[in-house]
Design a binder for this molecule. Structure first.
Ligand SMILES: CC(=O)SCCNC(=O)CCNC(=O)[C@H](O)C(C)(C)COP(=O)(O)OP(=O)(O)OC[C@H]1O[C@@H](n2cnc3c(N)ncnc32)[C@H](O)[C@@H]1OP(=O)(O)O
Ligand SMILES: N[C@@H](CCO)C(=O)O
Length: 310
């Protein structure tokens, strides 16, 4: 949350230089507060796990959040029960007349297919187009980020020779970006992908910039100029044991899979893994909710977002 200070306090300038968010009394006085409406388009097969991971992160701020769970209507889920979806989820046609302060579009294990072969691709394109005018800021994760970069900016994904699998050091490449406020110069993020997007394609695209990357794992976060669309290739939301679960799953299936990097002590999979990314995961989501959603969204959501950033 911003610090509210008297309008002319000298510390304001010093803190602003340090990238601390300071708000004038006069601005604070005029800020109205209401719960934020965040839609989560959950494309993961393991929906209950992902719900818990994302809600844990968006729940860790002083802001009240009303979460609306969505699943694609044009896809029949194999791994999540219809009872669960009926009880807790809506489909896009039920909310398309509504507006949201924020939206999260998750990953999905379909990255090795062309986008056009994904059963719900047409529906997802419709939803992604709708976000432009009806959501203040949309955060896309992993395959969701690849899909958003492809649909909105024509950026392709490329197959990797080896799955990027493990917890990798990342750096901030655009200092003083609000999304990366408070981040250490080097921080860790889980990555678990067979495909990648490339920095050279993002650099060529009008209106996009890379905010963070990793020498080994490539682009981590790209953003449209004012943060209306955020694309995150890694899985900051993963639980401490998610990579272990994926590793054990693939070993049990007899698939060729390396031990996830920088995860087990001494890279020894018989030992208990260590979580080294939790603090930055919380910071990423609270920065997004604060600076890109709460500070930007209109108090009256009914008045649409035609003005909004891109
Ligand atoms: C790159 C990223 O975004 S990473 C994020 C993805 N990560 C994960 O999903 C991790 C957790 N998932 C898993 O471990 C596995 O997918 C499992 C264990 C749940 C299921 O694995 P499998 O039995 O090998 O695959 P399965 O045949 O169930 O397909 C996996 C999913 O892809 C979906 N899928 C497969 N082909 C298509 C297609 N053409 N279009 C749309 N979805 C498809 C399946 O329907 C299923 O999703 P659903 O449960 O929502 O219906
Ligand atoms: N993180 C995913 C990658 C597959 O798209 C998994 O290992 O299941």
């Amino acid at each position: 949350m911003p610090i509210k200070v008297p309008d002319n306090l000298p510390a304001k300038e010093v803190l602003a230089e340090e990238n601390i968010f300071v708000m004038d009394e006069s601005v604070a006085y005029h800020q109205d507060i209401r719960p934020l409406r965040i839609a989560i388009l959950n494309l993961m097969p393991t929906k209950e796990t992902t719900e818990t991971q994302l809600l844990r992160l968006i729940g860790n701020t002083p802001l009240q959040v009303e979460a609306v769970l969505l699943h694609p209507k044009t896809h029949t889920s194999k791994n999540t029960s219809s009872e669960h979806l009926e009880a807790f989820y809506k489909t896009f046609d039920e909310v398309e007349e509504e507006r949201f302060d924020g939206m999260i579009i998750t990953g999905a294990p379909v990255e090795q297919l062309p986008f056009e072969e994904v059963t719900y691709w047409d529906e997802l394109k419709t939803i992604m187009d709708w976000t432009v005018d009806n959501v203040t800021s949309t955060l896309h994760i992993c395959w969701g980020a690849q899909a958003g970069l492809y649909h909105h900016f024509g950026i392709p994904k490329y197959p990797l020779e080896e799955k990027i699998f493990g917890v990798f050091p990342h750096v901030v490449t655009k200092p003083n970006t609000k999304l990366m406020r408070g981040f250490d110069e080097e921080f860790y993020v889980p990555q678990s992908r067979h495909t990648e997007v490339r920095r050279e394609d993002i650099d060529k695209a009008e209106g996009l910039e890379v905010l963070s990357e990793s020498e080994e794992a490539g682009v981590y976060i790209a953003s449209s100029r004012q943060g209306k669309q955020i694309f995150v290739t890694g899985h900051a939301e993963y639980d401490p044991l998610t990579l272990k679960w994926e590793y054990d799953r693939d070993k049990a299936k007899g698939l060729r899979i390396d031990v996830p990097k920088n995860y087990y002590p001494n890279n020894d999979p018989t030992r208990f893994p260590r979580s080294t990314w939790r603090a930055h995961a919380n910071l990423l989501f609270s920065n997004w909710l604060n600076y890109y959603v709460y500070q930007e969204t209109p108090y009256d959501l009914g008045k649409a977002q035609k003005h909004a950033l891109l």
